[in-house]
Design a binder for this molecule. Structure first.
Ligand SMILES: Cc1ncc(COP(=O)(O)O)c(C=O)c1O
Length: 389
């Protein structure tokens, strides 16, 4: 694959490039916001989809055992755990799965805990379901975000939290939680009877030295109260095909989760998405290795560029994900003023830190899953805006 080629995504109804005006941005902004990649999927996937499209009939579709085997083999080979077939519940997305988890494990008014700054739909899915949002803010210490465990325990106890949504690896701060950290979270969940919904959608994007630990591999009773959310969508750039694989080892919890999906009136998934998922997990490993190496190169480029040309902007060194959290505090703008500067002066579309909650108004999130030329262009625009400010 040659990821240096910048493929024109405009006029494909692509959320990232085609909806600036609808989302109140100037038409000419360069977008490095939403978490998808500017790279084409593994060739085996596009070939399988093309062959399926040529067949021309797109009736209701379900999967056989080979689908489960492709998914299970991936987690076994890459993450050291083997799901059982009956643990699997398929959903059209991870956020949808989180909504189902909220409905299955809590009633209106119950407390659900998240850890800002965090992927903004976590706030919406809790609030839109009329649950009480509890925020366990991550703490930035020496350039690295950490969990405040004392506060977490106090919140579990005092706010009677029923469900915790864990972002692992964490978007946007880029932490890949260590086994020790995850064991502490799990122990507290067990102690206070909190169901743990682990959003592991970014699990395949970890950097050298930061091995991913799935909540599925934690020892002890957490197995009876964990919902493991996985998907091929980030890993293989398939978000528009809407397939997620949710693993729930405990039967009672799984039945409650399934019941909510039934109640929402949802059954079979998208035929193309299911095919893409199976083929990607079977044949996409080499592609993923190459993509990760390319993104690592983009990170090196970004780090060097900032050091040499934009020392006012500091990156929080990511351990995982292809998203980088930029501390723009030294520019002297925060919140909507910083966002306006990024859009109107730098002509960029990034995700502003204030969307992620917590005290993150001085941050911006940038997506590195683009060609180096696109990244270089974005950084030039940013440098010129800062110089002219
Ligand atoms: C942590 C996290 N969870 C979930 C999603 C979205 O998942 P889905 O499109 O399957 O709802 C994203 C996308 O950026 C994400 O970063």
């Amino acid at each position: 694959m040659n990821f240096d080629v910048t493929i024109d995504r405009r006029n494909t109804d692509c959320l990232k490039y085609d909806f600036a005006v609808e989302r109140r941005r100037p038409a000419d902004v360069l977008p490095l916001w939403v978490a998808d990649m500017d790279f084409p999927v593994p060739e085996a996937v596009s070939e399988a989809l093309a062959a399926r499209a040529r067949h021309g009939i797109f009736g209701y579709t379900d999967v056989k055992r080979d689908y489960f085997e492709a998914v299970a083999d991936w987690f076994k080979a890459h993450h050291g755990w083997t799901p059982e077939e009956d643990w699997l519940v398929k959903t059209p997305g991870v956020v949808f799965a989180l909504a189902m988890a909220i409905k299955a494990c809590t009633v209106e008014g119950d407390a659900v805990l998240i850890q800002p700054p965090v992927y903004y739909p976590f706030f919406e899915v809790v609030r839109d379901n009329n649950r009480h949002l509890v925020e366990n803010e991550l703490v930035l210490r020496d350039g690295r975000y950490e969990i405040d465990f004392d506060k977490l325990e106090a919140q579990f106890r005092d706010e009677q939290v029923k469900l915790m949504i864990l972002c692992s690896p964490h978007n946007p701060v880029g932490r890949v939680w260590t086994r020790e950290e995850l064991e502490k979270v799990a122990a507290l969940c067990v102690k206070y009877g909190v169901v743990l919904a682990a959003d592991e959608i970014h699990c395949d994007f970890t950097r050298p030295g930061h091995p991913f630990t799935s909540a599925a591999t934690l020892a002890g009773d957490i197995r009876n109260q964990v919902i493991i959310c996985t998907a091929p969508s980030k890993t293989f750039n398939l978000a528009g095909l809407q397939v997620s694989n949710i693993f729930i080892p405990d039967k009672k919890l799984r039945d409650a989760f399934r019941h909510q999906i039934d109640a929402a009136g949802y059954s079979q998934l998208n035929a193309m998405g299911l095919l893409a998922c199976k083929v990607a997990y079977r044949e996409g490993a080499d592609w993923l290795t190459e993509v990760k190496a390319y993104i690592e190169g983009n990170l090196t480029y970004l780090r060097e560029y900032l050091k040499q040309n934009l020392p006012q902007i500091k990156l929080i060194e990511p351990e995982g994900t292809y998203l980088v959290w930029l501390d723009c505090g030294a520019i002297g703008l925060t919140g909507s003023a910083l966002n306006r500067f990024i859009t109107e002066k730098a002509r960029l579309w990034l995700d502003g830190g204030n969307m992620f909650g917590g005290d993150a108004g001085q941050f911006q999130r940038i997506n590195l899953a683009c060609s180096r030329a696109t990244l270089g262009q974005a950084l030039e625009q940013l440098r010129q805006a800062v110089e002219n400010a």
